[in-house]
Ligand binder design. Structure first.
Ligand code: PMT
Length: 278
């Protein structure tokens, strides 16, 4: 339809009436219209419609009534107005967890560093760029949540000072002073399940176990980033999940969506054991 028709008072009154009667309304997309104009009125794309349907079907799932915070993507630390320090995270793992939790009925806050992935439907999305911004967003969201899952690859260092002007290459070699960013997971504690990831290129289990202890995690999802079809950018992941008992649960190579569901199974079990739901 055209924007004028969608925004018309009678249409809107009827939409409200339908919602009151329990109908779920997928709003029109905004964009270029058949009239040549621009605005709300476009038929939503298939992915959007499927997202809404999954949310509706999941509303009585095993995570109904649970608020969960998921982080995704690689933070970007600016050097100058053009350049950033980044990493290879695509956001796929974090987005898969957010969508899986939504499909199981959870209310999901997805705190995401820049990615090229479509915005998941039915999820509250908070866009951030830097580790500091992610920390602030996590602290705000987690206070009303039962679980925090940090799949984001957070930069460990940022430039000590950000150049206001683009750094010119004529200056020759460039030495950057880097200072540590805050460790978000280590610094945040409370009455929620805390799940970390570990991206390791060596001594996977030993390093991951140390992170469980140091960051006071309920469990960690360790991925060997040297493995083919796993970790950064891949659609699949081979992970080892390690809880506070130090017992590794090795999962086979599977889709990131399947890994997400295995992670959420653990979260659901831990929440049930703690009798905690918010
Ligand atoms: O995004 P994809 O392309 O799908 O790739 C997925 C992934 C490989 C990024 C993901 O599976 C993963 O392993 N994420 C964590 C990567 C990472 O930063 O690992 P780490 O070992 O450096 O950090 C350990 C944990 O501490 C992580 O949960 C991280 O989010 C957190 N952290 C790290 C640094 C920091 N300053 N603050 C943090 O909270």
């Amino acid at each position: 339809m055209h924007t004028g028709m969608w925004e018309n008072r009678i249409t809107q009154e009827n939409v409200i009436r339908l919602k009151e009667r329990g109908f779920y309304i997928i709003p029109p997309d905004t964009g270029r219209l058949a009239s040549g104009g621009y605005g709300a009125g476009r038929f939503p794309d298939t992915g959007t419609i499927l997202g809404h349907i999954k949310k509706i079907l999941g509303k009585d799932g095993d995570m109904a009534g649970i608020n969960i915070v998921v982080t995704a993507g690689g933070t970007q630390e600016p050097i100058d107005p053009v350049r950033v320090i980044g990493n290879r995270s695509s956001g796929k793992m974090g987005y898969a967890i957010a969508e899986a939790a939504r499909d199981r009925g959870a209310s999901v806050t997805l705190i995401t560093a820049p990615t090229s992935l479509p915005v998941p439907v039915g999820v509250e999305v908070v866009n951030v760029e830097t580790a500091d911004q992610m920390k602030e967003a996590v602290e705000k969201a987690v206070s009303r949540s039962s679980a925090l899952i940090m799949a984001a690859a957070v930069a460990d260092f940022r430039a000590a000072s950000i150049s206001a002007q683009k750094i010119k290459k004529e200056s020759g070699n460039l030495v950057l002073e880097l200072v540590p960013t805050p460790d978000i997971l280590s610094g945040i504690n409370g009455n929620f399940i805390k799940v970390g990831f570990a991206a390791e290129s060596q001594d996977l289990v030993a390093n991951a176990c140390r992170k469980v202890e140091r960051k006071k995690l309920d469990f960690i999802v360790a991925n060997d980033i040297t493995e083919k079809d796993s970790g950064f950018g891949a659609d699949t992941n081979r992970v080892i999940i390690i809880g506070q008992d130090g017992m590794p649960e090795e999962l086979p190579l599977m889709s990131k969506r399947a890994v997400a569901d295995r992670i959420l199974d653990r979260v659901v079990r831990l929440l049930a054991a703690k009798g905690n739901k918010k």
